[in-house]
Design a protein around this ligand. Structure first.
Ligand code: SF4
Length: 648
């Protein structure tokens, strides 16, 4: 029995941990003491959810639908059925009729190979990743401002920050090691402005806590930029930055109006003073601002704040490989390395590498694919490692669309709600059963190492993709190190990365070569009110859970802490509506309704309702429509208009 150093498969902090395995079980686990992120500590998910990925309920053989039921099948049958279904759709309806959705929890090598399979072998432009449901607005928002779709800050720099703006992130619960460094910074005297609709566990660290109104963050971010410019709090170089004049000219109407966005002009003035007064500043933001109808515009405004103040930007990405999955091209409108499809030179790089012809136009985003399942425009879908039945918006419509497909394949560890609808299911390996790399929130590419042999007949997504490519008449690499060699040869951010190089240190942070400063003007938001649906939805995660719960919810420890789904309201709202805690209430949007037990919380502002995400298959996403941010295609999960009522 030996301890294997690997990387945690839950959040994007990227903790290094030693895992001891015997047979098909984890027999020991401890954090790496010298690792620059974990430093001898793991969070509750790292400790408890890591062993559970090898636990009960794992898929052990491929499944094939026969006479309406999923039945065990051989790998040969499953792969050959899938290849013939893909061929049939390509012949009958063309490549546009097929879509592929990947995951932000699989390895870089798996993400890259999936993109290559979709674009280079199958020839469909419809390839996208799970980040479309979460934080994809980072890509257009930051590429058009800082020039780099990633964090500029390292975790090690956080404790030395003089001031910080943290917007829309439950970071203490979701990224524990970023949270602990924020606590270190606060202890060192850092002055922290926190903006969030709900007072999460971050609130006690705040010098100034501002309750924003869910879904209205563009209003206060524009007002903050205006205040920085109006009071000339910017760095000397700011007037020389491209876009400065246009930005200044666009802000006449950027006044924070408290009833509209929850934050008034005095609070904006105070925030600007704090952020400009104590450099170096860091501007962090999370899903609270990234899942809105204005998400890309908000990212640009937060980048403006950082550029004007000479601060660093740090998007707080959630899943373990959210950064790497986007770096490696699981993005419907870009090629690996964020190369634009519309750019001929970029297309040529990949046409030559993959020996294929690439279309100029982007394919459908993951949200568009789900919508197209319902309309019949998409006839076949291959999903790898993402439980879209829960993570997609408009869950009821999305599930009914999946049901209408003539072909659905799913690769996952468990028979998820999505896998249950599939024609063929591939049993996939967890991060403890395979080799590869993840890229963390600070751009750190790190090794994932196999600890135990795969459960049952499960295979890595890399092997599954290679088997599918082979059945479709192409050969693709099935060794992770070979795929990394291909990545490092063509993806500029990963140039020179090899397993030998990563083995010599604590991974490698890809360089910020493309960094620049371009300020961006965006128009004022339209804040619509709806008397029939007067509450605003705050859908968020809690610290004992992760994503759709496919892995984390299998831990009995985590399930024990919050055994039942609940919803939180401010006491004043509950009293006004005559609602009693402990009773089930109904939350309804224009799309759907959800019944949950009521809890009272002074952390939830009047006029908002907090619905924790993904509770044992009960998704808050059922309430949300297909409305998306036009620039990034991210659904408007935050700030959805809802009503709250007693159940008769
Ligand atoms: Fe894993 Fe994130 Fe927890 Fe570290 S902080 S142990 S990476 S879930």
């Amino acid at each position: 029995m030996s301890k294997v150093l690997t990387t945690c498969g839950y959040c994007s902090c990227g903790c290094g941990l030693y895992v001891e395995g015997q047979g098909r079980q984890v027999t020991g686990l401890c954090p790496s003491v010298n690792h620059p992120v974990s430093g001898g500590r793991l969070c509750i998910k790292g400790w408890n959810a890591t062993p559970s990925v090898l636990g009960a309920g794992r898929l052990t053989t491929p499944l094939l639908r026969k006479n309406g039921r999923l039945e065990p099948a051989s790998w040969r049958e499953a792969i050959s059925f899938t290849a013939s279904s893909v061929r049939r759709l390509l012949t009958d309806s063309g490549p546009q009729s097929l879509g592929v959705i990947g995951s932000a929890k699989t390895t870089n090598e798996e993400c890259y190979s999936l993109v290559k399979l979709a674009r280079g072998v199958i020839g469909t432009p419809n390839i996208d990743g799970a980040c479309r449901f979460y934080d994809a607005a980072i890509i257009p928002g930051l590429l058009q401002t800082t020039g780099v779709a990633a964090s500029q800050a390292d975790l090690s720099s956080i404790p030395q920050a003089g001031s910080m703006l943290i917007a829309g992130s439950n970071v203490m619960d979701q990224l524990a090691h970023v949270g602990s460094r924020i606590q270190d910074a606060a202890r060192n005297g850092c002055r922290i402005v926190v903006v969030d609709p709900r007072a999460s566990r971050l609130a006690p660290q705040a010098t100034l806590f501002l309750h924003s109104r869910p879904g209205t963050d563009l209003a206060w971010t524009r007002a903050l930029v205006r205040e920085i410019i109006r009071r000339k709090l910017f760095v000397d170089s700011a007037p020389e930055m491209p876009g400065f004049e246009e930005l200044c000219a666009s802000l006449d109407d950027a006044i924070a109006v408290k009833p509209a966005c929850g934050i008034g002009p005095d609070e904006i003035a105070e925030a600007a003073k704090i952020l400009a007064g104590d450099p170096p500043a860091v501007v962090m933001f999370g899903l609270g601002v990234l899942q809105q109808a204005d998400a890309t515009a908000i990212v640009k405004m937060l980048a403006n704040v950082a550029l004007l103040l000479g601060a660093s930007v740090m998007p707080l990405r959630g899943q373990n490989n959210a950064q790497g999955s986007c770096d490696l091209g699981l993005v419907h409108d870009r090629l690996p390395g964020y190369m634009p499809l519309a750019d001929e030179a970029s297309r040529k790089v990949w046409e030559s590498a993959w020996d294929c012809e690439l279309p100029l136009e982007p394919g459908m985003s993951a949200v568009d694919m789900l919508r197209a399942c319902g309309s019949g425009d998409l006839k076949g879908l291959m999903v790898f490692g993402e439980n879209v039945a829960l993570s997609a918006p408009n869950s009821t419509e999305s599930v009914s669309g999946l049901d209408k497909l003539s072909f659905l394949s799913v690769s996952d560890l468990y028979l998820t709600e999505t896998a249950d609808l599939a024609d063929v299911v591939f049993p996939a390996c967890s991060f403890l059963e395979k080799d590869g790399t993840f890229t963390s929130v600070e751009r750190r590419v790190q090794r994932v190492r196999k600890v135990v042999e795969p459960i049952g007949e499960s295979k890595s997504d890399l092997e599954i993709v290679a088997d599918l490519a082979s059945a479709l008449g192409n050969q693709m690499a099935r060794e992770p190190a070979d795929v990394m060699a291909e990545i490092s040869a063509h993806v500029p951010q990963y140039a020179g990365v090899s397993y030998e190089m990563l083995d010599q240190s604590w991974g490698h942070q890809w360089p910020l070569d493309g960094i620049r400063a371009r300020l961006a003007a965006v128009p004022a938001p339209r804040i619509a009110e709806d008397d029939e649906y007067p509450f605003r939805l705050i859908a968020s995660r809690i610290n004992y859970h992760q994503q759709t719960g496919t892995m984390a919810a299998r831990s009995s420890v985590l399930a024990r802490e919050y055994p039942e789904a609940f919803v939180e309201l401010n006491e004043a709202d509950a009293e006004k509506l005559g609602l009693r805690p402990g009773r089930r209430i109904r939350i309804s949007s224009k799309s759907a309704s959800l019944d949950r037990v009521l809890a009272l919380s002074s952390n939830v502002p009047v006029g908002s309702v907090h619905v924790p995400h993904f509770f044992g298959g009960d998704s808050a996403n059922v309430l949300v429509s297909y409305e998306c941010d036009l620039d990034s295609g991210v659904p408007a999960f935050k700030g959805c208009a809802v009503k709250v009522e007693a159940i008769a």
